[in-house]
Design a protein around this ligand. Structure first.
Ligand code: ADP
Length: 313
């Protein structure tokens, strides 16, 4: 099975308010509440594609219980540890013809005891996992080398770790002795990491140079997703450019998570490089075509899979 890790999940609330006014009351008729956090989007897409998945992380309070209920409704297996503090809410207000204003809580502060219990639970879950995905930000109270620790524990059991994170926790994991098997930075994350700006139109030499950066040494797969421009990727000594067709986008939020779900599915099934990259891009695209975040229509999979090109650089 695929194990997904979401350390700081949230209830994602989406409010549609056509004409948002400041400093007064705004009433809202349409509210959507979903089990959120990047790792839960990954989980949903894997489940929608009919693969075995267990979601783990830390949940607390009534909001945590709501997330577990949602996961049960969606028949997603879960094994979260329960913490004393309340799980957070993340609010997105969709307003004024396409604007999105977000209010994100930092979330609970995990105690040393919470971390200990999570690690014990994680080690147990690893015994049944083929691959592990780790997504999103770290909650407060956890050191920035925590994902590096999760990578090491999985590596000791020869389980592949796929990491979608940013900032200090990504850097720390890359500097660790036991590297993740795969990382999936987007345009912004790679720019921050390497201090560059990518748009997908760069020539092969430049792309190869960027992906050969010392910081990626011993990371088997680097998949840099570039939104509508597709992706560039490196697997061991092979470099690829992946091009995708133009499509109608409903909601691009969560596309990177759907991409990671595709990578986890393909790699856990031992697919070759071309099929792996096509699976990842197809699920990223299918996610953009749905209103709900972290959601894909499986029936459209082969149609879009066939429209993607993978070129070796
Ligand atoms: P993230 O959501 O992490 O920022 P990206 O925006 O790079 O990640 O999107 C991941 C993948 O989703 C892309 O590589 C692509 O396959 C698909 N995707 C995202 N945005 C678009 C878009 N506007 N048109 C077509 N496909 C898209």
């Amino acid at each position: 099975m695929i194990l997904t890790v979401t350390m700081n999940p949230s209830i994602d609330m989406a409010y549609s308010i056509e004409d948002l006014k400041e400093n007064t009351v705004n009433r809202v008729s349409e509210v959507r509440k979903t089990a959120g956090g990047k790792g839960l989007n990954v989980s949903r897409v894997i489940k929608m594609m009919g693969r075995r998945i267990v979601a783990t992380g830390a949940l607390g309070g009534n909001f945590g219980a709501f997330i577990e209920e949602q996961l049960d409704k969606e028949k997603i297996n879960h094994a979260f540890i329960h913490i004393k503090q309340e799980t957070r809410n993340s609010i997105a207000i969709l307003h004024d013809g396409g604007k999105q204003t977000e209010i994100l809580e930092a979330g609970p502060v995990l105690t040393a005891q919470d971390v200990f219990r999570f690690l014990e639970n994680y080690k147990e879950l690893l015994s049944e996992a083929d691959v592990v995905t780790i997504s999103g930000s770290l909650p407060q109270g956890i050191e920035s080398d925590f994902y590096a620790k999760l990578s090491s524990l999985a590596k000791q059991k020869k389980i592949k770790v796929m990491l979608d994170s940013s900032g200090e926790s990504l850097k720390q994991t890359l500097l660790n002795k036991d590297k993740p098997y795969l990382i999936k930075p987007n345009q912004e994350e790679i720019s921050e990491l390497l201090n560059i700006k990518l748009n997908g139109k760069e020539n092969s030499e430049i792309l190869i140079k960027y992906m050969s950066n010392k910081i990626f040494q011993d990371v088997a797969w680097i998949v840099v997703s570039l939104g509508a421009a597709g992706a560039i990727a490196k697997h061991n000594n092979s470099f690829y450019r992946v091009k995708i067709p133009k499509i109608h986008v409903e909601n691009p939020v969560g596309s990177g998570d759907a991409t990671l779900a595709g990578l986890a599915i393909a790699i856990s099934e031992g697919k070759d490089d071309e099929e792996t990259l096509k699976t990842a891009m197809t699920l990223g695209m299918l996610n953009t075509m749905e209103k709900q975040t972290g959601c894909v229509n499986k029936k459209l999979f082969s149609k879009y899979f066939g429209k993607i090109s993978v070129t070796k650089l």
